[in-house]
Design a protein around this ligand. Structure first.
Ligand code: AMP
Length: 509
């Protein structure tokens, strides 16, 4: 199938052609014609599937169709007519880039707003008039609160990576944003999510009117193009093994995941000492530092980008060949998100996990989710010492999606953190294993960063926001009704269509 057959206008086809896309991806084949009909959509699509173009192209077309006729004497700046909400700054920026790219031949304007940067330039931009606004929820509400943004004319609402927004505790903010929009019925609502928790289904039920369901990759399945392998290794030799893998295989661009921000910083520092240019990206970094790290990584100046889960969310790096799980994530679904950073848009990719004895249970959970085992390859000189006992890993918030789980705050039981697994003494006592210049540091450990630490400091749009108030976010919450849409609650409910079982428990691989 070609893009021409999807019903897109000529100026959009031209922009798509200029990107070098020859045919639509599966999500685009389904989403574009459906969204063009004006229907609400509930789409299950993993990142890397081309979903951004899947909603951006028809959104642009619909806005062109509903554009006020030239010369119509509306006063004031042009109103925002489409709003895309995204969980992280990086994703918001990338979505707006896509809007610009695909809309380059159209007379529509767009802007991106997120926290961590000055608000005044954003205000000035909004004053000049914006058709399509891409935003993270916190800064959007700041603007609305200051009266610098009017959302009452929104025709199309997109929630992108809605599961992440809920994971990050944005449910209250989303509800507050919804209360500022015209009534559900008078706008088109598109909800994109890689996974479907009960919370997402509840949000979909409240937001979407008779949604069309679109789903491409099976939920929670890893991209098939990604080759996955586990290298068993002792916890204190992970950094050494990582440096070895990068050097020996001459990897030029590798994204490495740690569980904590401290862990990311420390690993990046140590890799730099090993002579590998590395940078860390996480929510404690300023926006400038994050952008610099990402640009450096894309241009090849930074060889290893060390990231926490949330910070890596939404990073779109073309043809990223290698992803390394320096530590397995606490929650199996995050493994799928992580490895989705490689093998994008049909390219081959490789996901390597360095797994120590503490993480065997996490690995089993991941394999259960994937419904298959991941190949285990013990590398010469790095065989784990079987006498090293597992140390417990405490899970934040019970490891439930949207139930206070966290990515970065993992804490070891006993609180003795790094010291206990530092000195290779333990291992040497048992005969040594050809350790080569191993650092005495415990790079594989989430030291020092405790549950709930440093959250509020990241700001509402900060990529690491999570969890502090998670239990609160799970409480039933009444949506405040906007003045102009005080429809009786029973009537509102009756217009909604239950999200069908397609996305129900049966799909929970
Ligand atoms: P996304 O899932 O929206 O983050 O897109 C992942 C990557 O796929 C981006 O780098 C896009 O530029 C690319 N992409 C989107 N649509 C296509 C297409 N039809 N053909 C090839 N690449 C595409």
């Amino acid at each position: 199938m070609s893009f021409q057959e999807l019903g897109l206008r000529e100026d959009l086809l031209r922009a798509v052609g200029e990107q070098g896309y020859t045919e639509p991806t599966p999500i685009q084949r389904q989403a574009i014609p459906t969204i063009l009909t004006g229907a609400d959509v509930l789409a299950g699509a993993q990142t890397g599937t081309g979903k951004t173009a899947g909603f951006t192209l028809p959104l642009l077309q619909r806005l062109m169709e509903s554009r006020p006729a030239a010369g119509s004497n509306r006063r004031g700046p042009r109103p925002v007519r489409a709003l895309v909400l995204a969980p992280t700054r990086e994703l918001a920026a990338q979505v707006q880039e896509s809007v610009e790219t695909y809309g380059k031949h159209l007379p529509l304007t767009s802007a991106v707003i997120f926290g961590g940067v000055k608000i005044n330039p954003q205000i000035a931009q909004l004053r000049r008039g914006v058709d399509i606004l891409v935003a993270t929820p916190g800064r959007l509400l700041d603007h609305a609160g200051q009266g610098t943004l009017d959302l009452s004319r929104i025709e199309i609402l997109v929630l992108d990576e809605a599961d992440r927004m809920l994971d990050m505790g944005f449910i209250h903010d989303i509800r507050r944003v919804l209360a500022l929009l015209p009534d559900n019925d008078s706008r088109q609502n598109l909800l994109f999510s890689a996974t479907f928790s009960d919370e997402i289904k509840a949000l979909a039920n409240r937001l979407l009117n008779s949604p069309k369901l679109i789903e491409v990759a099976r939920r929670n399945t890893a991209a098939e193009t990604v080759k996955q392998v586990v290298h068993p290794v002792d916890r204190h030799r992970k950094r050494e093994l990582l440096s070895h893998l990068v050097g020996a295989n001459d990897w030029r661009q590798v994204l490495v995941f740690t569980r904590t921000k401290h862990g990311a910083n420390r690993l990046a520092e140590q890799l730099n000492k090993d002579g590998l240019t590395a940078a860390a990206i996480h929510g404690n970094k300023s926006q400038g530092a994050r952008t610099r790290a990402l640009v450096g990584f894309k241009t090849g100046d930074v060889r290893v980008l060390v990231a926490t889960d949330i910070a890596a969310r939404g990073l779109d790096i073309d043809q990223l060949p290698h992803v390394v799980n320096f530590e397995l994530p606490n929650v199996p679904e995050d493994y799928v998100h992580r490895i989705g950073r490689t093998g994008r848009a049909g390219n081959e990719g490789e996901a390597i996990s360095l797994v120590c004895v503490d993480e065997h249970k996490l690995l089993r959970d991941i394999e259960r989710l994937l419904k298959r085992e991941v190949a285990k390859v013990v590398l010469d000189g790095y065989a784990p010492d079987p006498s090293i006992p597992a140390e417990p890993i405490l899970r934040g918030g019970g490891g439930q999606r949207g139930a206070g789980r966290r990515h970065d705050g993992q804490q070891r039981a006993g609180g003795r953190g790094g010291e206990r697994c530092q000195g290779g003494g333990q291992r040497q006592e048992h005969g040594g294993r050809g350790r080569r210049g191993a650092s005495a540091r415990t790079d594989g450990r989430p030291d020092g960063e405790r549950a709930g630490q440093g959250r509020s400091a990241h700001g509402r749009d900060g990529a690491e926001r999570r969890g502090g108030n998670q239990s609160k976010s799970n409480r039933p919450h009444r949506k405040p009704q906007p003045e102009h849409s005080r429809t009786p609650r029973h009537a509102r409910t009756s217009r909604r269509t239950e999200v069908p079982a397609l996305l129900g428990g049966g799909r929970d691989d």
